[in-house]
Design a protein around this ligand. Structure first.
Ligand code: ADP
Length: 489
């Protein structure tokens, strides 16, 4: 049956459903821990369920690692580091990483469908963004593994040893690739923990790693909740923690490793500013706003969640934005027409709904797209707030959902001051016809990544990371490689 495209203002054409097939994927009913290239039962004997947030179906049961299991994984990584990986030539390391990339490409369809089922993100995104980018990270770092002395000339260096890596649920496979590929290229071994709501693609990656012939123990993937993550952080034989997640947990980790000599890179929250000047190409900018905040249901650390529009074009931009919001298709993430998928979990939906209520109680004016919500699953309509005060919670705190707060400005100095008035500093977007203005803003905005006339564009060669409470250290590019090396000079 053809589906009605949601919306008013005459946007009501029909789409036939175009569901991606699930017949080519395998999800086991139960997953164990991946240690030493073997599937190991958790000594806790505990498992937790992972569900499809779009229909609340249980997909699988996942092992819940405790301190003992974490210790087993760290020992496996340490032994692999001492006995094998530190003696493997850079050229051989490079071949393994390249092989993982090729195998991921071969499994690209399966990986994207599983990502969509487990995380709720539209298949178009997992198929066209997450999975290709994840493969590209492995390809990119495979290239550097045997050229470290060219990457960092005249700097004698060595690997750190064992890296503990803890990742969030918004880009599950991509985050695993961001973390594992540079660590291996630099010669480290790894213990990685995916987020509890999205373990499946990391476990598929474990299957791929095993198939690649990577020596046992070089990459260990263990699953669990926050206590498992904390056990990794506190393990005495870990040399480096790479964490992407909430600022709160980032602060806990910083306290836990203070004085231990463990290195860390922390990629935390954001409240990024997307700035539209009156000479910007308005229609492209509206697409950029939509991409910045509604892409992946706003589950993006660097989401453009604060919009600053120059006052003289604000009415036009907001009118066009509302019109565009009404044409967004919200629904089954497996449908190739879907623009907005499911919120990752019930808890996250509750957080977003709480913030929407806060926005209303703070006196901001709300507009939500008119689409219907499916009867089951966790969904949230794209939402914007106008008349937002600088001090309001919805413009200061990270919501991590499809909720945009809109403010206006008159001058360049005013918008720089407003954009920087945030505890975070992960990313920003600037839309203007003037190159000089772009350079002026990029030097004054305190954000790790600044996009000009685009938003949410990622590439393995570009470093990514934040200022202030958005964390420190960079991932991607040469900076991401350097973060896994000890420079001896
Ligand atoms: P979010 O709020 O986006 O879910 P979290 O920071 O809670 O982000 O989670 C990100 C990752 O950190 C997940 O893999 C989670 O299991 C893990 N985690 C949660 N609490 C801790 C902790 N105290 N120590 C280490 N890792 C943790």
């Amino acid at each position: 049956m053809a589906k009605k495209k949601p919306g008013k203002e005459g946007v009501n054409w029909d789409y036939s459903p175009s569901l991606e097939s699930t017949s080519h994927i395998t999800i086991l009913p139960k997953y164990e821990l991946f240690i030493n290239n073997e599937w190991v039962k958790p000594s806790s004997k505990k498992y937790f369920k992972t569900t499809n947030p779009a229909n609340e179906d249980v997909l699988s049961e996942i092992a819940w690692a405790n301190d003992y299991d974490v210790d087993l994984a760290v020992k496996a990584a340490r032994n692999a580091y001492n006995d094998v990986w530190s003696k493997t030539t850079p050229k051989e390391r490079s071949k393994y990483i390249y092989r993982i990339a090729r195998l991921m490409q071969e499994h690209a369809r399966e990986l994207s469908v599983i990502e969509t089922l487990d995380a709720g993100k539209p298949i178009r995104e997992s198929r066209d963004i997450d999975v290709p980018l994840a493969c590209n990270h492995f390809f990119y770092y495979a290239g550097w593994a045997d050229k470290l002395e060219y990457a960092f000339p005249n700097q004698p260096m060595e690997a750190l040893g064992v890296a503990g890596q803890i990742i969030p649920w918004n880009f599950p496979l991509l985050m695993a690739a961001w973390k594992i590929a540079p660590a291996l290229a630099a010669g480290n071994c790894v213990v990685l923990k995916p987020a509890e709501t999205t373990s499946l693609t990391a476990l598929k990656l474990a299957e791929i790693i095993k198939a690649s012939g990577l020596p046992p123990g070089v990459v260990n993937i263990i699953t669990g909740h926050g206590d498992t993550g904390a056990a990794i952080v506190n393990h005495p034989d870990i040399n480096k923690i790479a964490f992407t997640g909430s600022t709160n947990v980032g602060k806990i980790i910083q306290r836990a490793i203070a004085g231990t000599g463990k290195k860390a890179t922390l990629e935390l929250g954001g409240k990024s500013a997307n700035i539209i000047f009156d000479d910007a190409p308005i229609d492209q900018a509206v697409e950029g706003i939509v991409n910045g905040i509604f892409f992946n249901q706003g589950h993006v650390c660097c989401a453009g969640s604060r919009l600053f529009v120059q006052e003289n074009i604000a009415e036009l931009v907001i009118r066009k934005l509302k019109h565009r919001m009404d044409s967004l298709y919200l629904g089954n993430p497996l449908d190739k027409n879907t623009d907005i998928g499911a919120i990752n979990s019930k808890e996250q939906l509750e957080t977003i709904e709480k913030y929407i209520k806060i926005g209303i109680s703070e006196g901001a004016e709300i507009y939500q797209s008119t689409c219907e919500l499916p009867g089951k699953g966790y969904f949230c309509r794209p939402t914007i707030f106008t008349n937002v005060a600088q001090s309001s919670r919805i413009s200061q705190e990270e919501i991590f959902g499809p909720v945009l707060s809109i403010q206006t400005f008159r001058t360049v100095d005013e918008v720089i001051q407003k954009a920087n008035n945030s505890p975070y500093g992960l990313a920003a977007g600037v839309w203007t016809d003037k190159g000089s203005r772009i350079f002026n803003l990029t030097s004054k905005l305190r954000a790790g990544v600044i996009w000009a006339n685009t938003y949410n564009k990622f590439d393995p060669t570009s470093p990514f990371g934040g200022y202030k409470e958005s964390g420190f250290g960079r991932e991607g590019g040469l900076h991401g490689l350097g973060a896994y090396l000890k420079m001896k000079l």
